[in-house]
Design a protein around this ligand. Structure first.
Ligand SMILES: [Zn+2]
Length: 416
């Protein structure tokens, strides 16, 4: 790297330059005078930091701003084209891969059906191949970071999946080492619901909010918790793993994929709805689903949703019961966590408004009046894209963390 930046190891100056970069990157300050004011920094210091950031290509002098007389100040911009990110987001049965700029904007995506059960070696070989197919859209920009979202618990500090119930062979696998070697870039891995929550926070229904619960109701159920504007991962990274809390009043013979009985997702997740829908088709209690089953394919969750929309009472009961169980558990989270917003996402939330209304009703019924006074419960606005966008933001947050330009930080390593 040219200039002084990082030359003497971690210094207080690097911290200040990192702060200036953060203010420009997050649009909290766009001109030199704004940087002085917002960052409480002297003009000489600001000028030196900007020179360094321009030298290493992280900041560019942009458009001239409108001024009330006198010389118009130049507007400073973060150079999102300085590098690229590669991201992959796995679900249980599909994977999406993308390449983004350094602002998290998708430049190209590719997605396909993929069984996570295939194990880490085969799955990550496939991801590497797909990442290489989208990488040319970054037009030769160096890969600055790789992000992966996985459908199971991940120890965030090491990026290793930890006893994931639906991912045989992945337990403790070193995903960071596997991809880091291939792309010569730092790698971060998180749970798919955490990255979905980050996506909603930065670009979706939760923009501008500080305390949010994002509940994903897909094949399984999980929550991403945002506290004071940041993902709350907990001590080991398992915070928000609400799919496996016991649901009161359910049959204890319902065995969950985690091996325990009576878990929320075992009675109210997409897989549970399909299981109960298939039973309703077999015993004739759902004429709609019996028709589907008579065809040449097995029942999927959208059939149950479709059946409910067509007035099939067994389908309606299945969804209402699931919504009540979900609402009960969500009420507990709301009582403990006191969010201002709950975002519901995942395939099952495409069920009609009455599904959401039942969840809402249950939350309001079972939470304290203070916790629900200003609480909003809304549907995700990003849908499937949320987790991919969030995976890019996870990488950006780690790359541009406080002190990111100090010797030894991942960003510093990339620039030197
Ligand atoms: Zn379970």
């Amino acid at each position: 790297m040219e200039g002084r930046l990082g030359a003497n190891g971690a210094t207080a100056d690097d911290e200040v330059t990192s702060t200036v970069l953060h203010l420009i990157r997050t649009s909290q300050a766009r001109t030199r005078s704004e940087l002085s004011r917002v960052g409480n920094l002297g003009r000489t210091v600001v000028s030196r930091c900007i020179r360094e950031l321009i030298d290493v290509g992280l900041v560019i002098d942009g458009e001239t701003t409108i001024s009330n007389g006198g010389r118009a100040p130049r507007e400073l911009c973060f150079n999102a084209d300085a590098g690229a990110l590669l991201i992959a987001k796995f679900g249980a049965t599909a994977v999406s891969v993308g390449v983004t700029d350094l602002a998290g904007k998708m430049l190209a995506t590719a997605g396909s059906a993929w069984q996570i059960e295939a194990g880490p070696d085969e799955s990550l070989d496939y991801v590497v191949e797909t990442m290489r197919s989208v990488q040319p859209k970054a037009a030769g920009r160096r890969v600055w970071g790789v992000g992966v979202g996985l459908p199971g618990p991940v120890e965030f500090a090491t990026g290793r999946p930890t006893s994931p119930p639906i991912m045989p062979g992945w337990d403790g696998y070193d995903v960071r080492a596997r991809l880091g070697v291939v792309f010569d870039a730092p790698v971060w891995v998180d749970n798919d619901v955490n990255v979905m929550a980050l996506g909603e926070l930065r670009a979706g229904a939760a923009v501008g909010e500080r305390d949010v619960v994002v509940l994903k109701i897909g094949t399984g159920i999980g929550a991403g918790l945002i506290s004071e504007g940041h993902i709350h991962r907990g001590a080991q990274g398992s915070a928000g793993d609400v799919g496996h809390v016991p649901v009161i009043g359910t049959a204890l013979d319902v065995v969950c994929r985690c091996g325990r009985t009576g878990c929320l997702e075992a009675v109210a997740g997409g897989a549970a709805i399909v299981r109960d829908g298939s039973a309703a088709a077999a015993d004739g209690s759902s004429p709609f689903l019996a028709d589907v089953a008579a065809g040449d394919r097995s029942i999927v969750v959208f059939d149950v949703i479709d059946g409910a929309a067509h007035g099939d009472s067994a389908c309606m009961t299945l969804l209402t019961t699931a919504a009540r169980h979900i609402g009960d558990v969500l009420a507990t989270i709301v009582n403990i966590y006191n969010p201002s917003l709950v975002v519901l996402g995942g395939a099952v939330t495409s069920a009609g408004d009455s599904f959401l209304a039942t969840i809402r009703q249950q939350v309001y019924l079972r939470s304290s009046p203070l916790a629900t006074r200003d609480l909003r419960v809304v549907r995700s606005t990003l849908g499937q894209l949320g987790a991919a966008i969030g995976t890019a933001h996870m990488v950006l947050d780690e790359l541009f963390v406080a002190g990111c330009l100090a010797d030894g930080a991942p960003l510093w390593d990339l620039l030197t």
